[in-house]
Design a binder for this molecule. Sequence first.
Ligand SMILES: [Zn+2]
Length: 267
Amino acid sequence: MELTDAQFERYARHLILEEVGDEGQEALLASKVLCVGAGGLGSPVLMYLAAAGIGTIGIIDDDEVDLSNLQRQIVHATASVGLPKAISAAETLARINPTITVVPYQTRLTPENVEALFAEYDLIVDGTDNFATRYLINDAAYLAGKTVVSGALLRFEGQLTTFRGGVAGHQGEPCYRCLFRNPPPPNTVPRCEEAGILGAVAGVIGTLQATEVLKELMGLGDTMSGNLLVFDGMGMTFRKIRYKRSASCPLCGDAPTITAVGAVGPV
Ligand SMILES: [Zn+2]
């Protein structure tokens, strides 16, 4: 693939980075990324990935834009209240970069549709706010051999990590279940809508997720696979905690019991 004159201009600040160059930009233009959730995390992820020239971006979200979302979900605008989030986000991305392909899915990710959806993409971004979907993404991506860049938020804090133990060449790297074996019992961990979230904290973690997506797609720098980044916005500190594959993990351990999507364990 040869870059056009317009692409040389649009991506000039990438191309001048010797670690990126034409080769890196062409890799981004050839990449397909699916973002699960067009909310607080998905907003900066989607906007930066579109701006960066990811060739195909899928957006899956079954929700509609609500006035109370706008405090942090910056991909949506006041005029989009009431619109499906997948459509509203796709319209914003088209304004940022009309030269890429954006595919909105106005549906919920389920054990029934996850395999067909993931098959269309190289990398999955987890921008969800519920544990059932988080475990579904982890399990389905591992079984399909896809990388996941995962983010989570609560109040003034955020977390980020990457899973790619199912990807050829990365076997032995841990998954979400190695970190947190099973989902917490329902209603024991509050969601943003109950506990609150400082809007810009979503921007911090989502922007870091976008950074890791670009690095994973170009094979640059240190991976966050096997590393959990914990951001505390109050103390303004970042901690990086290493974790390993668990031999007893039901998904990626030595004797896995989760061998198909749908057997997602207690959710
Ligand atoms: Zn595991």
